[in-house]
Ligand binder design. Structure first.
Ligand code: PGA
Length: 245
């Protein structure tokens, strides 16, 4: 497990983008695993810059997002499909037909989850997975108590997540209560992963995930089993770490 501590969110985005870009240059076709949330925004900005500068090419890239709210169509401005179009896909030379986000409107969500896993397998698995961490330790929408071997499925969101995400909705009642998420087992199958975290409100959970016991109650602690993960953390999110990195 590699931990990189950086001064600010811009630097976090740049470092994480460099890690991904280095692999993208070596591997074609390339499968990206993507995350939403406010933290990866500086990373996506940097990937767009590198693409426009001709340093990385998305023409042979396909992508699979971690999660999506149940009940929101991709046209809804709080859906994760919409987020990805706005913050990455519309600005790079990726073929949108090869970008995958779970379908929050799927008629048979369970079958959709199995099909999503199958598509990932057929694509050869995720080469580089981008992750954020929730203040309760979730990765994707794998809330505390999720099986560390879980696969893509429908989950109920915890109150803390609904509260954290209510800042993006007019009122808390508008936040969906269910989501489709890749499982922790699915995430652990990725060949490389980078977890970005910034802000003092993440300091406790970052330390628990990196230096605490592996437990389903801190889903991100399962990443201690990942063979090739780098944590890129801002100084303010790294204040509770005891080790020297
Ligand atoms: P954030 O969300 O980047 O908006 O803090 C992280 C997460 O919930 O995974």
């Amino acid at each position: 497990m590699n931990v990189i501590i950086v001064p600010n969110a811009e630097e976090m985005g740049k470092q994480a983008a460099q890690l991904i870009a280095a692999e993208m240059k070596k591997t074609s076709p390339f499968v990206l695993g993507l995350a939403t949330g406010s933290t990866p925004l500086t990373l996506y900005k940097e990937l767009i810059r590198l693409n426009k500068a001709g340093e990385i090419d998305f023409s042979k890239v396909s992508s699979f997002n971690l999660d999506e709210y149940v009940g929101l169509p991709g046209t809804h401005d709080q859906s994760y499909r919409y987020f990805m179009n706005q913050n990455l896909f519309d600005h790079v030379n990726i073929d949108k037909a090869r970008t995958h986000v779970p379908d929050g409107m799927a008629k048979d969500p369970t079958a959709h989850c199995a099909a999503y896993e199958q598509m990932m397998r057929e694509a050869g698995g995720v080469d580089y997975q981008v992750l954020g961490i929730g203040s309760n330790g979730h990765i994707g929408f794998n809330e505390p108590g999720s099986s560390l071997a879980s696969r893509t499925r429908v989950v109920k969101l915890k109150e803390s997540t609904i509260k954290d995400n209510s800042r993006f909705f007019a009122k808390i009642e508008d936040v969906p209560t269910q989501a489709i998420t890749m499982g922790i087992g699915t995430i652990l199958d990725s060949k490389h992963a980078v977890l970005v975290a910034n802000g003092a409100n993440k300091a406790e959970i970052v330390a628990a995930a990196i230096e605490g016991s592996v437990t389903a109650w801190v889903p991100a602690s399962a990443l201690q089993f990942h063979l090739a993960i780098t944590w890129v953390i801002t100084q303010d999110a790294a204040t509770k770490l005891k080790g020297k990195y």
